[in-house]
Write a protein that binds this ligand. Structure first.
Ligand SMILES: [Zn+2]
Length: 107
C-alpha cells in the first residue's frame, strides 16, 4: 500500500530544496553581491534570512532577479544582478536607467 504524503513532509522537503540551493549559491558567490557598474560589494542586512539573493534586503543597493524574454538569445534564462545606490543615481542622471515608480506607493 502506498504511503500517503503529509503536508509537513512536503514542507520539510521544500525547505531542504531551498537550503540546498542557498548552500550551493553561497559556496559559489557568498552573501555579498558586486555592483554591475563599479564592483562595490553590496552586503545583505540579514544574510541568515536570505533564502535567495533576490528576496533579501541589502545595504545601499538593489539585488534582484531579471528574466530574459522572447527575442533574447537568453530567452527564459534568469539572472541575479546587483547595483549600488551611487551607480543608480549616476545612471538616472545620465538617463541610462528609467525610474518606474515605487512599489510601496502604488495607490
Ligand atoms: Zn556601483
Amino acid at each position: 500500500m502506498k504511503k500517503k504524503l503529509k503536508l509537513k513532509d512536503f514542507q520539510k522537503a521544500q525547505q531542504t530544496i531551498i537550503d540546498y540551493l542557498r548552500q550551493d549559491f553561497l559556496e559559489i558567490h557568498g552573501d555579498d553581491r558586486p555592483c554591475i557598474c563599479c564592483g562595490e560589494k553590496i552586503k545583505p542586512i540579514h544574510p541568515e534570512m536570505n533564502h535567495f539573493p533576490q528576496t533579501g534586503m541589502y545595504e545601499n543597493g538593489i539585488v534582484d532577479k531579471i528574466s530574459a524574454g522572447f527575442g533574447s538569445q537568453f530567452d527564459g534564462d534568469m539572472f541575479i544582478i546587483a547595483i549600488c545606490d551611487k551607480c543608480i543615481e549616476k545612471l538616472k542622471k545620465e538617463n541610462k536607467i528609467e525610474y518606474a515608480g515605487n512599489y510601496m506607493h502604488l495607490y
